[in-house]
Each structure stands twice: as structure tokens, then as C-alpha cells.
Design a protein around this ligand. Structure first.
Ligand code: ADP
Ligand code: XUL
Length: 521
């Protein structure tokens, strides 16, 4: 079973021995637990920067999900192993002694009331928070600059990353910090509920803290020292992602009928779990997720962390591997804007524009930043259009904006992916826009690689279920089993688009022109 504690909901996905999905359930936080007064699962504070969520909400959601599954006569007894996923970077502050509460839960009562008093900070900072710029600059100064932080931890100092959130709490709420016995990630906190004890962190999600040495997968003493005093004792251990971290706690057996033999595998972040769901094990395997925002991620063997490009995390499916992640704010909403203004207002019309314009757009290149962009950092929104000589122009011909936004987004992904070490041999497309065959064909041509699709929407909870199986398999066979050996027989992905080899001659030089124009903006 995989559980995904995402920003807006909790999902469960169950797979059986043939690796097919046999059950899915979910609880929407805003709708099912309105007393927490969240919107989109979070509280946005009046400073416009601080974003938090109450950890008790996630506890109450687990109660509600398990109760709903029990009402549907879900066979908890047959669950062999559970793992999970959490929104990345968020942190949970547990009072000294919370481990005793976790170990002694009364099965006659739900989790919620029993855990209510366990939090030294009742509102957890989450990944949408951007209130820690001062702490990021202090980290840069202490560790020798932005590139040094990236080289050590896999990412530059980022506002949402846990270490910077901890530094802020230590300085703004020293009493609460002193009362804290354990600081967990959302993922490891939720795993703690299942094992009835503090759970360790694994290198997929641990790399999202600016605190872990990416190469050794251990806490960096220098990164801890510039964050808060006595931090190591509060963070606990980092263990490999496939580790069985305990049997399920007696509360789950007594209250919901889980087998006492059910095991729990370390929980990871949502992006690492999506990598597992898409089985991106080998360097050269890359995914492009086109949702509200776009993300590009993939496996890497030799990471090149950069202060300007994306993030590198430990791979959740290879104890020696790495994964790269690049995020874009201008994703589907920007494509929709171009569709509505310049491409007929519907996806079929948009596809017609792609069909009626030439690959390479006669050398024309466009940049469409409806939102301030993270990759590359562009704070001024706007549209920039260039002709084949790189001269700015005001308008394109009919249909050319549709092609320019799609080609531009994929050229950017190819460029920034290359900068961080991602060179795809095969691409998996997911997210809402991956139903669009014309977009997938352009993707294949721009990258010169075949594109596959996966129709399963809940990739983080599915990935967690796959990782549960993997950890269970390693424990059962008493050796490290390669992830794909445990996943043998998983349903194949559909091959959706082939690259036209003749278009290399168009897109290779276009990439270099794109890079130059991007720098000029
Ligand atoms: P989220 O990141 O919020 O989970 P989804 O992955 O569900 O988002 O993607 C939603 C987006 O998918 C919509 O904003 C829409 O622009 C896009 N989409 C849906 N159908 C198509 C289509 N046929 N072509 C291109 N984009 C599409
Ligand atoms: C990744 C990130 C988000 C969260 C929430 O760095 O901040 O993707 O994991 O989904």
C-alpha cells in the first residue's frame, strides 16, 4: 500500500502481486476536514510569504481515510507492507516525549485526540513558504557561497527547504525550539504514525533540507551547525530508502485489523515517489510532468549540482543513484493563455496550429512568462518574440504562437536539463497536457527521443506502493534487490510519439540560439 500525504489530499493506492492497482481511496483536506479552515490544504499568512499547515490535519486525515476504507470493508489484514509519500520540505516539530505517546496509543480511540498535545509548533511550515530569505543568505555566508551550498547539499539555499525553516523557528521561537524533541519531514512524521515511534529520514526527501551531504547521504556537520544548536539529536538517522523501518504499530492492528506481520518501509517525498512510479531507474530515463506547473525529473549517476539550475536529490530506488528535479511556474496556465489569445481558444484548434506550422517555426522563438519564472529566474512577466535572426518582433503569423510556446518550453527543458546532467534517451510524459498527441510529437522532435505516456494520475501514491514492494522484497530475500527486479511484470508504458531524425538539424542549432536569447532576457 502506498499513502500520499500531498498538499491538498491524502491518497491510498493498493497494488497486488501482479503489480496492478486494485484499490484507490482519497480524502480531500478542505472538504472533509473543514474545521482546520485550510484552503488548498494550507494557511496563507497576511505577510504574503508565510504558508503553513497544521500537522494535526494530516493525523485527522489518516483517521478519516482508514475509517472510510473500513466502511468499504477494505481487507486491511492482507496488506503486506506500507510505504508513503509526503509533500517535500515541510517540517513537523514534536515535543520531547512524543515518541512515548506514539508507542502507547489506545486502539479504542482515534489518533487525532491522542496526538493533539504532541506538537511544539502547531503550524508546520510547508513547501509554499518563502519567508526565509534572511536564513538562506546566512547559510550562503556560513558555507562559502551559493555554489558551495549546492555542491554540498544538492541545491542552493532555498526558502522552502527545511533547514532554513528550522533556522527561522530557532531564532523567532526559541522556547518552542527548546521544547522540541524531534523535527520530522512531513514524510517521516507520517511514517512515525504507522510505526508508533520516531521514523528515520531517507535520502530522497532528506536532500530537500539543505542539511544533508548529498554524496555521503549523512547530515553535514557544517550545515547543521549554521542552522541551530543541538540539531543532530533532533533529526534522527538517515537510512536507505528501501529500509523496513518497523512493523506496523499495534494500534493499526487492533483498531483496523492490519496484520501484525505488516511492515513499513521508509517514506519519501512526492517527487522521488513519482520517479519510482515511472520507474526512472537508469540515467537517460527522464519524465516531463505537464500539470498546473511543469516539472522535469530523471535519474543521474554523476550529479552536477548547480546554484542556478534545479535540485539534486538522492534516488529513492537506487542507494547509490541520484535524481534531478527542475521546476517551472509557467506550465499549463501559460499554454492555456496562448491557446485562448492566439490559437483559436480550444485544444483541437491549438493542435491544428501545430499541424499547420513547420517544426522549428521558421526560426522564430518566443518566451511566454505569464508568471515570474524559476527556471531561469525571470521576475518580470511578459512575452518576448524573436525572428530567425534574433531580432525582437511584435507579432507572429497565425498559429506560430502555439508552436513557439510549446517549442520554447521544451527547448528550455532540454537546455536546463543538459546543464544539470539530464540527457534523455527516453521520455515519460505525465500530467494533464500529456493527453495531447501533437504536444507529445513536438516533445519527441525537440529532444530527439521517443516519448511514452502513463495514464495513472496518482503517481506519488503508486510510487510509494512500488517502494513498499521493493523494501519488502529486499527484507524477505535478505539482500539488496535491484528495484526493477522487484517491479518485473509491471504494466508497460505506451509509446506515444517518435522523433523525426531529420529534425535534429533543426533543433540542435535552435537550442543554442534559444540559450543565447534566454540569457538576453
Ligand atoms: P495539476 O498539476 O493541478 O494536478 P493536471 O496534471 O491535472 O494539473 O493538469 C491540468 C492541466 O492539463 C490543465 O490546466 C490543462 O491546461 C491541461 N490539459 C488538459 N487537457 C489538455 C489538452 N488536450 N491539451 C493540452 N493541455 C491539456
Ligand atoms: C519540490 C516541491 C514541491 C513539493 C510539493 O521541490 O517543493 O513539488 O514537493 O508537491
Amino acid at each position: 500500500m502506498g499513502l500520499d500525504f500531498s498538499t491538498q489530499r491524502l491518497k491510498a493506492t493498493l497494488i497486488d502481486s501482479s503489480l496492478g492497482v486494485v484499490h484507490e481511496s482519497e480524502i480531500d483536506f478542505d472538504r472533509s476536514l473543514p474545521e482546520f479552515k485550510t484552503r488548498g490544504g494550507v494557511h496563507r499568512h497576511s505577510d504574503g510569504l508565510t504558508v503553513t499547515a497544521p500537522p494535526l490535519l494530516w493525523v485527522a486525515a489518516l483517521d478519516a481515510l482508514l475509517d472510510a476504507m473500513r466502511r468499504r470493508r477494505f481487507p486491511f489484514k492482507r496488506v503486506a507492507c506500507v510505504s508513503g509519500s509526503g509533500q517535500q520540505h515541510g517540517s513537523v516539530y514534536l515535543r520531547h516525549g512524543a515518541d512515548r505517546v506514539l508507542a502507547g496509543l489506545d486502539p479504542a480511540l482515534p489518533l487525532r485526540g491522542q496526538l493533539e498535545g504532541c506538537f511544539s509548533i502547531p503550524d508546520s511550515p510547508v513547501w509554499m513558504d518563502s519567508s526565509t530569505s534572511a536564513q538562506c543568505r546566512a547559510r550562503d555566508r556560513a558555507l562559502g557561497g551559493a555554489q558551495a551550498v549546492a555542491a554540498l547539499t544538492g541545491s542552493r539555499s532555498c526558502e522552502r527547504f527545511t533547514g532554513n525553516q528550522i533556522a527561522k523557528i530557532r531564532s523567532k521561537q526559541p522556547e518552542a525550539y527548546a521544547a522540541t524533541g524531534r523535527i520530522a519531514l512531513v514524510s517521516s512524521f507520517c511514517a512515525s504514525l504507522l510505526i508508533g515511534d520516531y521514523a528515520p529520514i531517507e535520502p530522497g526527501d532528506g536532500a530537500g533540507m539543505n542539511l544533508m551531504n548529498l554524496r555521503t547521504r549523512a547530515w553535514s556537520p557544517a550545515a547543521l551547525a549554521c542552522t541551530a544548536k543541538n540539531l543532530a539529536a533532533r533529526l534522527g538517522a538517515i537510512v536507505p530508502s528501501h529500509t523496513v523501518i518497523g512493523p506496523i504499530s499495534p494500534w493499526f492492528a487492533a483498531r483496523h485489523g492490519f496484520s501484525r506481520a505488516c511492515r513499513v518501509v521508509a517514506f519519501s517525498g512526492d517527487n522521488p515517489n513519482s520517479l519510482a512510479a515511472l520507474r526512472l531507474e537508469r540515467p537517460g530515463d527522464m519524465a516531463i510532468s505537464m500539470g498546473t506547473s511543469d516539472t522535469v525529473f530523471g535519474a543521474l549517476s554523476s550529479p552536477r549540482p548547480s546554484a542556478t539550475e534545479g535540485h539534486i536529490f538522492g534516488s529513492p530506488i537506487d542507494p547509490e543513484g541520484y535524481m534531478a528535479l527542475i521546476g517551472y511556474k509557467n506550465g499549463s496556465l501559460t499554454r492555456e493563455w496562448v491557446r485562448d489569445r492566439f490559437a483559436g481558444g480550444s485544444w483541437p484548434q491549438f493542435e491544428r496550429c501545430l499541424a499547420e506550422t513547420q517544426p522549428g517555426n521558421r526560426g522564430r522563438i518566443g518566451f511566454y512568462y505569464r508568471e515570474p519564472e524559476m527556471t531561469p529566474p525571470v521576475f518580470r512577466t511578459g512575452v518576448w518574440r524573436f525572428d530567425c535572426r534574433g531580432r525582437p518582433i511584435r507579432r507572429f503569423n497565425e498559429g506560430e504562437d502555439a508552436r513557439a510556446v510549446i517549442e520554447g518550453q521544451f527547448l528550455s527543458m532540454r537546455l536546463h536539463g543538459r546543464n544539470i546532467g539530464l540527457a534523455p534517451r527516453k521520455i515519460l510524459a505525465t500530467g494533464g497536457a500529456s493527453v495531447n498527441r501533437s504536444i507529445l510529437k513536438t516533445m519527441a522532435d525537440v529532444f530527439g527521443a521517443p516519448v511514452y505516456t502513463s495514464c495513472r494520475p496518482n503517481s506519488a501514491s503508486l510510487g510509494a506502493a512500488y517502494r513498499a514492494l521493493h523494501g519488502w522484497d529486499c527484507a524477505r530475500k535478505k539482500r539488496y534487490v535491484p528495484f526493477m527486479e522487484s517491479l518485473r511484470g509491471a504494466p508497460p508504458f505506451e509509446r506515444a510519439a517518435e522523433p523525426d531524425p531529420a529534425l535534429r538539424a533543426t533543433y540542435d542549432p535552435m537550442l543554442e540560439r534559444y540559450a543565447k536569447l534566454e540569457r538576453s532576457i
